[in-house]
Design a binder for this molecule. Structure first.
Ligand SMILES: *Cc1c(COP(=O)(O)O)cnc(C)c1O
Length: 240
């Protein structure tokens, strides 16, 4: 019997080749709420990219996991957490404010490291959701590009339909809007190589719209405990 991770890898491969991507989309395992033991099992299967939404939880687990894991921070980011995030992660995909980018940049300078970052776009325009609105993107883009220690890799988004049942065309529209924005900025900045969109429910459709990185949680690990829904993780702006 095929392991779940093998199945997901195959589906990512197939969707990527159908979409004509030069290489398969990168599979990031979203390990929030998952145990060290489960994370290590995927690591043993060759998985190296893992993503977490909560700093404390991530740091606690990182301590007992292999050092060559590539950690992605994908949760809402508060300014009092930026230092620890800069220290403990290699990617931050949830940049949505200039002030946060500048703080990360300063910490990186002090730490003598670089961080790979994505700007998170609030493509569904939901009030409660993190991410910069498309019309405010340019200003944030210029801000992040001026940060010497941040390597801007691209864009991240959580379309509303990744979480709720919306019409298929609604989802297509949001994916398409992301693809269009990504292509536009990539044309002028050839370093950009990452369009991070697509989750357990919709990663194939995201890849069909040019996603180069999918963030998959439940389809790899199984359901999270009820009180830790995706809604809570993605929508809560300020956390204590
Ligand atoms: C939890 C989460 C995911 C993964 O969601 P699944 O539906 O479990 O695949 C992806 N991206 C973000 C930002 C998340 O918070």
């Amino acid at each position: 019997m095929l392991e779940q991770i093998e199945l997901i890898r195959r589906r990512v491969m197939l969707a990527s080749s159908k979409a004509g991507l030069p290489k398969p989309a990168r599979l990031v395992a979203v390990s929030k709420t998952q145990s060290v033991r489960k994370i290590d099992r995927l690591y043993q299967k060759g998985q190296r990219d893992f993503a977490e939404n909560y700093l404390q939880e991530a740091v606690a687990k990182q301590a007992s996991l292999p050092k060559d894991i590539i950690w992605h921070f994908i949760g809402p980011l508060q300014s009092n957490k930026t230092r620890a995030v800069a220290e403990n992660f290699q990617w931050v995909q949830s940049i949505d404010r200039c002030r946060i980018a500048q703080r990360l940049d300063r910490h990186c300078q002090e730490l003598g490291k670089h961080l790979n970052v994505c700007i998170q776009i609030n493509i569904s325009r939901e009030e409660s959701k993190s991410g910069v609105l498309p019309e405010d993107f340019k200003e944030l883009y210029d801000c992040v590009r001026a940060c010497q220690n941040l390597r801007l890799r691209g864009l991240m988004a959580i379309p509303s339909s990744s979480l709720h049942v919306h019409s298929a065309s609604d989802l297509e529209k949001q994916f398409l809007a992301m693809q269009t924005l990504f292509h536009r900025i990539r044309d002028e900045n050839t370093h950009l190589d990452t369009l991070s969109m697509g989750m357990s429910q919709d990663f194939e459709r995201a890849i069909a719209h040019g996603s180069t990185m999918v963030r998959v949680g439940t389809a790899l690990f199984g359901q999270r405990p009820e009180n830790r829904s995706v809604e809570k993780d993605c929508f809560q702006k300020e956390r204590v």
